[in-house]
Design a protein around this ligand. Structure first.
Ligand code: NDP
Length: 280
């Protein structure tokens, strides 16, 4: 078994990116909007802030009360869309239920949509047109590429069909000529699919769901899940200790996909800047 070390790859990627960023004659700007006080969100925004500071970006953390109105957020996004100093905008999810998350995400200019979640960027991805791609799925593909794991022709099974992870990852994998199966909570006989996966991506958000009897001998396991259990520790959706002797590669949790997600945000901010420059 070999570990797919997201931390190592992140550091390498950000090191390379820093050279490109330093070669620009301006500072990149990244704005993260957080609504309310969700504690996990505060941790994620902190990681983004750290990455942005290390990259020398202007990082703007806009904290809004959980009672903010949709109109107030839309006005703010419109202002940021028109601010030349801002290259990337993202709204940290989840947001309170009285707000329409899709409407808010789609208000972000597709050129500044560093989460890649607007309908325009999702549509481009599914048509295999260059675009800003959601960070976690892009991180998974870059991680596999770094370890020179061929995707073409592989039987890829993704468990979880969210807009953030499963759906864009399916599109990316199809674009790379994998044969893709996208499973979800209504899938019948899930094990039938997971046992036949050359690459299994677990993104359902349920700790230690997959055990050795659910996976194929010698398969590659990408564990997206981040679940905090009663012992205070983080666990993936795969039972790492149970499967580790049966797989060829596996991502640790923490230290795997999550690390890549942060690195990709740095890349998307740079890419957004270049896209906007080229469209002026
Ligand atoms: P969502 O809750 O949005 O989606 C979960 C998906 O899993 C849904 O499609 C759901 O199916 C499916 N699902 C739930 N239970 C089962 C089951 N028993 N069998 C099969 N499918 C099931 O989650 P996210 O995609 O946002 O996140 C998933 C996990 O990944 C979470 O643990 C999250 O914390 C983590 N995450 C990690 C990131 C990282 O950087 N490492 C980034 C983003 C998320 P249905 O559609 O039918 O409801």
């Amino acid at each position: 078994m070999k570990l797919l070390d997201g931390k190592e790859v992140k550091l390498k990627m950000l090191d390379d990116l820093k050279k490109d960023v330093d070669a620009l004659d301006c500072k990149l700007g990244l704005t993260v909007i957080q609504v309310g006080e969700d504690s996990a969100s505060t941790v994620y925004v902190g990681q983004k802030n750290k990455m942005a500071s290390n990259m020398g970006f202007n990082f703007n953390h806009v904290k809004l009360s959980e009672n903010v109105t949709e109109e107030e957020i839309l006005t703010l996004i419109n202002k940021l869309n028109n601010d030349d100093m801002v290259d990337g905008i993202l709204v940290q999810m989840p947001i309170p239920h009285h707000l329409d998350a899709k409407k808010i995400q789609n208000a972000i200019s597709p050129y500044k949509d560093v989460d890649g979640l607007t309908d325009i960027n999702m549509g481009k991805l599914s048509h295999n047109v260059p675009s800003l791609v959601p960070c976690t799925p892009m991180g998974i593909v870059d991680l596999l590429d770094y370890y020179q794991i061929d995707i073409e022709g592989k039987n890829v099974v993704i468990v979880g069909r969210s807009d953030l992870v499963g759906k864009p990852l399916a599109a990316l994998m199809i674009n790379r000529n994998a044969t893709v199966t996208l499973c979800h909570s209504k899938t019948k006989d899930l094990r039938h699919y997971t046992k036949n996966a050359d690459i299994l991506v677990a993104a359902l958000g349920k700790a230690k769901t997959f055990k050795k009897e659910d996976i194929k001998e010698g398969s590659i396991i990408i564990d997206v899940g981040i679940n905090r259990l009663e012992d205070g520790k983080l666990y993936g959706d795969v039972d790492f200790d149970d499967v580790k002797d049966r797989v060829s590669y596996i991502t640790p949790v923490p230290g795997g996909v999550g690390q890549m997600t942060v690195a990709e945000l740095g890349y998307n901010t740079y890419k957004a800047h270049m896209l906007r420059c080229n469209n002026k």
